[in-house]
Write a protein that binds this ligand. Structure first.
Ligand code: TYD
Length: 197
């Protein structure tokens, strides 16, 4: 099982990845966490480009689209291996990030055709104003206009792929976000939901 957390910058994905991983381990599952961009050479190059002033320009977005797709492929064999070992893979981002951030969806889909599709996507949906307050604005992507477009793209993707997307309202407090995540994941893993507040 490959579960992915998605959402705009500042949505608290990494905190919730830790939470979900801890809860699943406590429930008796074997878990492996992965993150995109990775710490491969390609991932390091991506992080460098993300801080450049023209990161959101049309051409740089296409370059990033290709780099993200290549970086993602460095993870795919690992994910398949973890799944064969009956581990639940929890990923901080997936190819859905490229669809939401890089636009040109048809092309992005094509260059990611060898990437695994997550079985479940938890979309942490956060108000853009709150996201901007939480961001350090280190990357060019952490700007209101840009993130508002990304948020809309995510909601469209969720609308078109209702079977695997679960929208979690990330404007709620941490307790509610965590119980919503448990409720979204439980049916996929046959975990009893009755004890979840
Ligand atoms: P991330 O480290 O998840 O940022 P944060 O922890 O601040 O949420 O990802 C770095 C940035 O890369 C983030 O702005 C989203 C962007 N990104 C894309 O534009 N396309 C992609 O395919 C991926 C995986 C990330």
């Amino acid at each position: 099982m490959y579960i992915c957390l998605e959402g705009i910058d500042g949505g608290g994905k990494s905190t919730q990845v830790e939470f979900l991983s801890g809860w699943l381990i406590d429930s008796g599952f074997k878990v492996k966490k992965v993150v995109e961009p990775t710490d491969s050479e390609i991932g390091l190059l991506i992080r460098k480009i993300l801080t450049s002033p023209d990161a959101t320009s049309s051409n740089t977005q296409k370059i990033l689209g290709l780099l993200f797709a290549a970086d993602r492929l460095t993870l795919m064999e690992k994910i398949s291996k973890y799944e064969e070992e009956n581990k639940i893979v929890i990923s901080d981002r997936s190819f859905y990030s490229s669809l939401a951030y890089q636009n040109h969806q048809k092309w992005v889909f094509e260059i990611n055709k060898f990437a695994k599709k997550p079985d479940l996507v938890l979309l942490l949906d956060l108000d853009v104003d709150v996201a901007i307050e939480r961001c350090l604005e280190e990357d060019e992507f952490e700007k209101k206009f840009f993130l508002a477009n990304v948020k809309d793209n995510y909601l469209d993707l969720a609308q078109n792929d209702k079977n695997i997307f679960k929208i979690i309202n990330a404007n709620n407090g941490p307790k509610k976000v965590q119980s919503d995540i448990k409720k979204a994941v439980a049916p996929f893993l046959d975990v009893c939901v009755s004890g979840i507040e």
